[in-house]
Write a protein that binds this ligand. Structure first.
Ligand code: SF4
Length: 466
């Protein structure tokens, strides 16, 4: 059987899918000069193929099937096509599916969006795999072509899965190394899932709603890393676990294993700052850890608690980020603007905090209620947006109790401008530590901040035109 795997690229803005927002995806359609630059940079470094599709490729190839991976919008010969679904680009995905079905190919959708929102895909598909896809794909590999919506059970023993087959992905994926910006190479590196799901309870988060938390054994993860080292020169591994350092001892064990095997690689991961300490950071760094992303979300502990998120003491956040800076570990902090408790002042305080915290990068998004999350149920009566593609993380989608949509978009733009258009951003990016230089940079920051304030007051005072 010839199977086409469609991990389709979007032709609008910068779209991330697969493990981003649990698989619902995000779309950065630039809305300012700063976000245009960020979108451009992300296209070079963050456009990473789907790890779930690479697992599927391995399962099908192991069973002897011919597999063709596509990211373009052209139709491809095949008996069956599997399409990675997303919320932010589902119209492009279903249009491609329609064209494939017109050629006689059976089309199935996988991923969280098709699982949680099958009505968006039902009329464009022969089948939908509801759940993590691997169990359903194993049945497909045995020749059972599903019809309708079929449950694909989560696989508890993740070690039983074959390793993702990046070598079979088109465009010689994995060979585009050498030019590094910050820590990631051009092409983005190789995604790896050491665990799946998240045991935390943040009510807005889709990472915890498709399947439960499970982790692979250290030996199995190290085997995959060793294989990547055999296939690629000094690979850059992107751990896509929602909470990489959830189990401290396990992480230490992995560091030991990487060093014991002499693996020459670097890696990044996403985690919570309260799941890090100085000793663990040092061990991770010695094993090749070069970048991390983490949620700060809001400055207000009360707001975080209302969203089921355990606040992390500010002193701990600062200690970890300062230590990362000393070690040369790149840090990217995530913030959410527009929690139900937020108002203008609380968001302004969060933006100020983001600049002051000193992470290398920051990502700001507007609170978006994702189907299947507890927060979606809470906000559903307030929804104003009917186009699901606008649930992209950057668009207001519901009537906020304290802020208009225009105000939220304004604050989002101001957050990016204030964070990235200040001298200390450049100093952090260039890893400048020299004390007199840092003091001068802080003084310049204050002057630039004053200028931003004047410009923002002028902008928000203009008459509303839409
Ligand atoms: S810590 Fe919270 S936001 Fe992060 S992945 Fe887990 S549930 Fe989601």
């Amino acid at each position: 059987m010839r199977v086409v795997l469609a991990d389709l690229k979007s032709n609008r803005g910068f779209v991330s899918k697969d493990t981003v927002v649990g698989g619902y995806g995000s779309r950065l359609d630039p809305f300012s000069r700063v976000t245009a630059i960020i979108a451009h940079v992300k296209k070079q470094y963050h456009d990473v193929p789907s790890v779930h599709m690479a697992y599927i490729e391995a399962i099908l190839a192991r069973a002897g099937h011919e597999v063709e991976w596509t990211r373009g919008g052209d139709t491809v010969d095949g008996d069956v096509a599997l399409v990675l679904s997303s919320l932010v680009d589902h119209k492009n995905e279903t249009a491609w599916a329609d064209r494939m079905r017109a050629r006689g190919t059976k089309v199935g959708f996988i991923g969280i969006t098709a699982s949680k929102m099958p009505d968006l895909f039902r009329d464009h598909a022969d089948f939908i795999l509801n759940g993590e896809p691997e169990a359903g794909v194993m049945r497909l590999a045995r020749g059972e072509i599903p019809t309708g919506i079929v449950v694909s059970e989560q696989i508890n023993d993740l070690d039983s899965l074959p390793f993702p087959r990046w070598d079979l992905v088109g465009d010689c994926y994995g060979s585009k190394y050498g030019i590094r910006w910050s820590s990631r190479p051009v092409g983005g590196g190789l995604p790896l899932l050491a665990s799946r799901g998240c045991p935390e309870f943040c009510t807005y988060c889709p990472h915890r709603i498709l399947a439960g938390y499970r982790a692979r054994s250290i030996a199995n993860i190290a085997d995959e890393m060793e294989r990547l080292c055999d296939q690629y020169h000094r690979p850059y591994v992107i751990f896509r676990d929602p909470l990489f350092t959830e189990q401290r001892e396990r992480c230490l064990e992995l560091c030991d294993e990487i060093q014991a095997r002499g693996l020459t690689l670097t890696f990044e991961a996403e985690t919570r700052l309260d799941r890090l300490d100085i000793e663990l950071l040092d061990q991770l760094h010695a094993a090749g850890f070069r970048a991390m992303s983490f949620g700060v979300e809001s400055l207000s502990p009360a707001t975080l608690k209302k969203s089921g998120r355990r606040p992390i003491p500010e002193a701990h956040q600062r200690q970890i980020i300062d230590h990362c800076r000393k070690r040369g570990i790149v840090t990217a902090a995530f913030y959410v603007l527009g929690f139900l408790q937020d108002d203008w002042n609380s968001i302004a305080a969060t933006i100020d905090y983001a600049s002051d915290l000193g992470s290398t990068f920051a990502q700001f998004k507007i609170l978006t209620p994702y189907p299947g999350t507890p927060m979606f149920k809470q906000i559903e009566p307030l929804l104003t947006e009917t186009d699901w593609e606008k649930f992209d993380g950057y668009t207001p989608t519901f009537a906020h109790p304290n802020l208009t949509g225009r105000e939220l978009r304004f604050l989002l733009g101001a957050a990016y401008t204030r964070f990235y258009m200040r001298p200390s951003y450049l100093a952090n990016f260039l890893k400048i530590q020299n004390t007199p230089v840092r003091e001068w940079v802080s003084r310049m920051d204050r002057r630039v901040n004053d200028r931003h304030s004047r410009e923002e007051i002028a902008d928000i005072s203009r008459p509303v035109t839409c």
